[in-house]
Design a protein around this ligand. Structure first.
Ligand SMILES: Cc1cc2nc3c(=O)[nH]c(=O)nc-3n(C[C@H](O)[C@H](O)[C@H](O)COP(=O)(O)O)c2cc1C
Length: 399
C-alpha cells in the first residue's frame, strides 16, 4: 500500500485485482453516465483560495457528525455487494473506518450481515435501509439494527426503481458470480480475490437471504430489486419508519430543495445531498451543483451531508465550503477495498484525511468549523452566489 499515494492509484490497482463484473459494478453510472461524470467534473471545476503566511500549526480535521465525535468530516457510504469486491468486505471496511474514528454505514444489500459486522467490530455503526414491500421484514431489519446498537439509520429515498447500468447488463452481473467460461477465465487471473471470497463468511446477501422468498433462485440483482423494492414508497412511510426506529434518522438521496424541506418536516436529523453516485436518474444535476441551494433552504435546521464524486481531500474541502457539514465517501473506499482489503480501506481514509489536512493548511484554515465560502477562489464564489440567488428566486416563484 505504501507506494499508492492517491485514490486514483487505488482505483487502478482495484481494476487489476477485482473481476471485471464487480469492478464495473462499482465504477459505473446509470444509462449515459452523464450525471456520474458531472459529479466529478463539477467538483473539479471549483477553485480554492490559496492563502499564505497564516499560522496553521495547530490544525485538526476532528469534528462531529450528528453529535458523534469523528476524526475527519466524513463517513463511509453504504455500498451494496461490498463483500464481492473482497471477501468479508463489509467487516473489513467497518473495522478500518471504526479504527480511523469515522462512522461506517452497512447497506441493506450487503454480503456481510448486520450481525456479522456487529460481532466483528463490537462497536456501533450506521445501518442503511432500502424499503422493500414486505413491511414485516423491514420491521425485523430495524429490530436487528437496534439489537446491533446501530447509532443511526440512513434511509435511502432515491431508489424506488432501479436505474439501469448498461455495463451490469453486458457483464451479466450475478451474485455469487455465474460460472460461465468468461467469468471462470477472469476469476482465474484474480487468485487473491478468489481466495478472499472463498475464505469469506458469506457469498450472497447476508441481510436478506433466507428472509425474502424466491431470493435464492433469482440470479439477477436488477430483476430482484425491481420486483421487491417498493415503488409506492412515499413521505408518509417515513412516519411508520420513525415509529419503528428510536435513533437518529438520516435521509439520503436528496437533490431537490423542495424534497429537502419535506425531509426536514418529516423529522430527518440529517439529509444527504446525493444522486446515488450517478447511478439513478441520469440527467440529474451533479450533487455539488445541488448543494448550495439545499443548504440555503434547510441548512440552519438540519445537518446537511454530501456525497458524489469525492476522490480527494480537496473535494471534501469544496463540499464543506459550499455548506455541507460532512460527507459520505463511496467509490474512493471501494477501490481501497478491492486494492488491498482492510489495509486498502484504511489507506483510502488516510489519503483523504491527509489531503484534507494539507488543503486546509494551504487555504489558511485550521479547524473544520472555520471552513466556509471564504476558502473558495473569489471569482468562483461570486458566480456561485449569483447562481444560488437565481435558484432561490426561481424556487420562490415556482412555489
Ligand atoms: C457499488 C456501489 C453500490 C452502492 N450501493 C448503495 C446501497 O446499497 N445503498 C445506498 O444507499 N447507496 C448505495 N450506493 C451509493 C453510495 O452510497 C453513494 O451515494 C455514492 O457512492 C457516492 O458517490 P461516489 O461513489 O462518487 O463517492 C452505492 C454506490 C456504489 C458505487
Amino acid at each position: 500500500m505504501k507506494n499508492l499515494p492517491s485514490i486514483e492509484d487505488l482505483r487502478l490497482l482495484a481494476r487489476r485485482r477485482v473481476p471485471r463484473a464487480f469492478y464495473d459494478y462499482a465504477d459505473s453510472g446509470s444509462y449515459n453516465e452523464d450525471t456520474y461524470r458531472s459529479n466529478r467534473a463539477d467538483l473539479g471545476a471549483i477553485k480554492l483560495r490559496q492563502r499564505v503566511m497564516v499560522d496553521v500549526a495547530a490544525r485538526s480535521t476532528e469534528t462531529t457528525i450528528l453529535g458523534e465525535k469523528v476524526s475527519a468530516p466524513f463517513a463511509l457510504a453504504p455500498i451494496g455487494l461490498l463483500g464481492m469486491q473482497h471477501g468479508d468486505g463489509e467487516i473489513l471496511s467497518a473495522r478500518a473506518a471504526l479504527a480511523a474514528g469515522i462512522p461506517y454505514t452497512l447497506s441493506t444489500m450487503s454480503v456481510g450481515s448486520i450481525e456479522d459486522v456487529a460481532e466483528a467490530t463490537g462497536q456501533p455503526f450506521w445501518f442503511q435501509l432500502y424499503v422493500i414491500k414486505d413491511r414485516g421484514f423491514i420491521k425485523s431489519l430495524l429490530e436487528r439494527a437496534q439489537a446491533a446498537r446501530c447509532s443511526a439509520l440512513v434511509l435511502t429515498v432515491d431508489l424506488q426503481v432501479l436505474g439501469q447500468r448498461h455495463r451490469d447488463v453486458k457483464n451479466g452481473m450475478t451474485v455469487p458470480p455465474e460460472m460461465k467460461l468468461k467469468n471462470i477465465i477472469d476469476i482465474a487471473t484474480k487468485p487473491a480475490w478468489a481466495w478472499s471470497i472463498l475464505k469469506g463468511k458469506r457469498k450472497t446477501f447476508g441481510n436478506i437471504s433466507g428472509h425474502v422468498k424466491g431470493m435464492e433462485n433469482v440470479n439477477s440483482l436488477a430483476v430482484w430489486t425491481n420486483s421487491q423494492f417498493d415503488p409506492a414508497l412515499n413521505w408518509k412511510d417515513v412516519e411508520w419508519i420513525k415509529s419503528n426506529w428510536p435513533g437518529k434518522l438520516i435521509i439520503k438521496g436528496i437533490i431537490d430543495p423542495e424534497d429537502a424541506k419535506i425531509a426536514v418536516d418529516v423529522g430527518a436529523d440529517a439529509v444527504v445531498v446525493s444522486n446515488h453516485g450517478g447511478r439513478q436518474l441520469d440527467g440529474a444535476p451533479s450533487s455539488i451543483s445541488a448543494l448550495p441551494t439545499i443548504v440555503d433552504t434547510i441548512g440552519t435546521k438540519t445537518e446537511v451531508m454530501f456525497d458524489g464524486g469525492i476522490r480527494t481531500g480537496a473535494d471534501i474541502m469544496r463540499a464543506l465550503a459550499l455548506g455541507a457539514r460532512s460527507c459520505l465517501i463511496g467509490r474512493a473506499y471501494v477501490y481501497g477495498l478491492g486494492a488491498g482489503g482492510q489495509a486498502g480501506v484504511a489507506k483510502a481514509i488516510e489519503i483523504l484525511r491527509k489531503e484534507l489536512d494539507v488543503t486546509m493548511a494551504l487555504c489558511g484554515v485550521s479547524r473544520i468549523a472555520d471552513i466556509n465560502s471564504q476558502v473558495l477562489a473569489p471569482r468562483h464564489e461570486k458566480e456561485l452566489a449569483v447562481a444560488v440567488k437565481q435558484a432561490t428566486r426561481h424556487a420562490a416563484r415556482d412555489a
